[in-house]
Design a protein around this ligand. Structure first.
Ligand code: HQG
Length: 177
């Protein structure tokens, strides 16, 4: 499969596994899982195409269950879903990339999940900068995750290494650049 075709399939997977399964006549089972058979039929793709997208996806956005018969998005959902991820202790510092126009609101009310299910945080400044750059000139925020964890905020880490939490109140945020 060429790169263009992979991206096309990946975008369709992201749309349906995170946001709009109903558009394909699919529903997400608990945990966000969808039967691979049903997905292949709905997207008119083959199992080997799906395997290739899952394996080569640049952010490893999708994962099969241990039987290989079900698939889900590892994070990024807007539909209600409980991924059943265990609580995990975050690194002391995490990063979030955003853009200047959101800063007033962010420093007033904290980082919020907005349309997604959780706030997404990165372990490296570089990744966060890339996330912010999707919207314009990136602005980098440093999150004092150690202090948040000490204060009882729960964190989870997705299968593809994104740290998730339900909010980051302003006292834990510092603007870096
Ligand atoms: C901002 C992509 C105003 C927040 C990326 C962000 C990531 C606020 C936007 C993943 C706010 C939400 C997630 C507040 C947060 N007031 N704005 N209180 N709190 N915001 O897309 O983190 O390619 O839902 O800064 O690479 O940008 O889809 O979150 O700018 O990993 O796999 O509101 O999505 O991955 O935007 O991105 P998003 P995000 P995929």
């Amino acid at each position: 499969m060429n790169e263009k075709e992979m991206i096309r399939i990946s975008k369709r997977l992201a749309r349906h596994l995170r946001h709009d399964p109903a558009a394909l006549g699919l529903t997400l089972a608990p945990g966000g899982w969808v039967a691979v058979d049903a997905l292949l039929r709905a997207l008119s793709i083959t199992r080997s195409q799906l395997d290739e997208v899952v394996e080569k996806n640049n952010k490893r956005r999708f994962a099969f269950d241990e039987t290989g018969t079900r698939i889900r998005a590892s994070q990024g959902h807007s539909v209600a879903v409980d991924l059943g991820l265990p609580e995990a202790t975050p690194p002391d510092v995490l990063y979030h990339g955003t853009v200047a126009k959101f800063l007033d609101a962010i420093f007033r009310e904290g980082l919020r999940p907005m349309n997604r299910h959780a706030v997404h945080l990165s372990t490296t400044a570089e990744t966060a900068r890339t996330v912010g750059a999707r919207r314009g000139k990136p602005v980098l925020l440093r999150i004092d995750a150690a202090a948040m964890a000490a204060a009882g905020h729960a964190f989870q880490v997705s299968a593809n290494g994104v740290w998730l939490t339900s909010e980051v109140p302003p006292p834990y945020l510092t603007r870096l650049a």
